[in-house]
Write a protein that binds this ligand. Structure first.
Ligand SMILES: [Zn+2]
Length: 199
């Protein structure tokens, strides 16, 4: 219907989450309308983030260097590791200001139906971190969903097999069941952290 290049832009935009065909069209026309400078700033930002951002070699959070800002921060408490599914889950926990430990990002949750098995997540790396040193507590903050709960129990078992001394806790209930951590408000999440229980 449109010029091939416009069609291509619409196709690419419609691959973004929550963007349907009509919104993709509207965004594409917006891009065509704005100045070249503004449009290319978006293209450059996408290119730069893909070139510069990788995963932290310690916790697998997003990072511009070998280690993320949290792992680099000497004031963080290295005796506590908070385990989350995705890098986006670190942000709401940081916003509560209740947590001073470090993180471990799994890269998803167990879901056999979708073919996501333990070896697809950074679980071995977590066990290695915990057995290597000074860790006293692992707070499992996977989402309160079926796959998040399954992941929490799997990790608790794996850690217990390797190191009986480490305390494994889970965020207190109160988080809406089936919800994503990413969308939890600070107060609820802060309370869930403060009231964490042994798993
Ligand atoms: Zn890190």
């Amino acid at each position: 219907m449109y010029a091939a290049s416009v069609d291509r832009l619409i196709t690419e935009l419609s691959k973004l989450p929550g963007i349907g065909q009509r919104t993709a069209q509207r965004l594409a026309f917006h891009v065509l309308r704005v100045s070249e400078q503004d449009a290319l700033a978006l293209a450059d930002a996408i290119r730069e983030v893909k070139e510069r951002v990788g995963l932290c070699e310690e916790c697998f959070n997003l990072s511009e260097g070998p280690r993320c800002r949290i792992c680099e921060d000497q004031r963080r408490d290295r005796t506590v590791i908070c385990v989350v599914e995705e890098p986006a889950d670190v942000i709401p926990i940081e916003r509560t200001h209740e947590y001073r430990g470090v993180y471990h990002v799994l890269g998803g949750a167990l879901s056999p139906i979708d073919g996501i098995d333990p070896e697809d997540l950074k679980i071995t790396e977590l066990v290695k971190r915990v057995t290597a040193g000074e860790v006293q507590e692992v707070v499992i903050a996977t989402n309160p969903t079926t796959s998040g709960e399954a992941t929490a129990f799997y990790i608790a078992e794996a850690l217990r097999e390797q190191n009986g001394d480490v305390s494994v806790t889970r965020l207190a209930s109160g988080l809406p069941m089936g919800a994503d951590l990413e969308y939890a408000d600070e107060v609820t999440l802060g309370k869930a952290l403060a009231g964490r229980r042994a798993l």
